[in-house]
Design a protein. Structure first.
Length: 237
């Protein structure tokens, strides 16, 4: 049996962050959660607790704050002592039509999706190296196949991909850094228009959206892929 790992999930209360946290806890890893909504964090921490055990530790932090990486690292130190692996499932997914693009929106989106995550990897680099650990980040197929009305989001995800590929060289061979580049993942709450759903699904060669469980399958594979770094694995594209 694979030894339990201490895994920090960033963006843990989003759809894909929740799915990742559940899967990691299910396989026996020690999960620490971080996001900005304390009530959602508390609920998820209780849900993924081992049977009869304490809730999973969590750190409430807003990635828009300059001190967010330090806040998260301090929380990790207090609760688990350190981390072995890091999952970056940062949201949100802002709609930004080009005509409405302003500096503040671009800065906010870059901060959440690229600047704060890269600084967090930097802050945890010593832990990850000591554990011969891995970083896996969720990015977007739109970085190389852009779509309309999301210029800030796609710019930020592109920056994240470039930064993490650079870190895969900087941190090698002790730390592996990989990404999952996603096509469209189904969101029943957001995607209520069946005609729009059908039109978007036809973009995929498989003719359908992906599911959070399918994303997590690839994410876990990359966490465990000991001979892969600097990779961008595309799914559902």
């Amino acid at each position: 049996m694979k030894p339990a790992r201490r895994v920090l999930v960033v963006g843990a209360t989003g759809r894909l962050g929740v799915a990742a946290a559940r899967a990691l806890a299910h396989r026996g890893d020690r999960v620490i959660l971080t996001a900005r909504d304390p009530s959602k964090l508390e609920a998820l921490a209780s849900e993924i607790a081992p049977s009869g055990g304490l809730p999973a530790p969590f750190v409430c932090a807003d990635l828009l704050r300059d001190d967010a990486p330090e806040t998260i690292v301090d929380g990790v130190r207090r609760t688990l002592g350190g981390v072995d692996d890091l999952v970056l499932a940062c949201g949100p997914f802002p709609r930004t039509p080009f005509d409405a693009l302003v500096r503040d929106e671009l800065v906010r989106t870059l901060t959440v999706h690229a600047i704060a995550p890269l600084l967090l990897v930097h802050a945890l680099a010593g832990d990850l190296a000591e554990a011969r650990g891995a970083v896996v980040a969720l990015t977007d197929a739109g970085v190389t196949r852009p779509y309309t009305n999301h210029v800030a989001y796609l710019t930020a995800k592109g920056a994240l991909q470039t930064g993490l590929r650079a870190l895969s060289v900087e941190l090698a061979p002790e730390v592996r850094v990989n990404m999952v580049s996603l096509g469209i993942v189904v969101d029943p709450e957001a995607d209520a228009d069946p005609l729009r759903m059908h039109r978007l699904a036809t973009r995929s060669p498989l003719g359908r959206f992906g599911t959070p469980d399918e994303v997590v399958h690839v994410l876990l594979a990359l966490l465990d892929a000991t001979w892969a770094t600097g990779e961008i694995w595309g799914v559902g594209r």
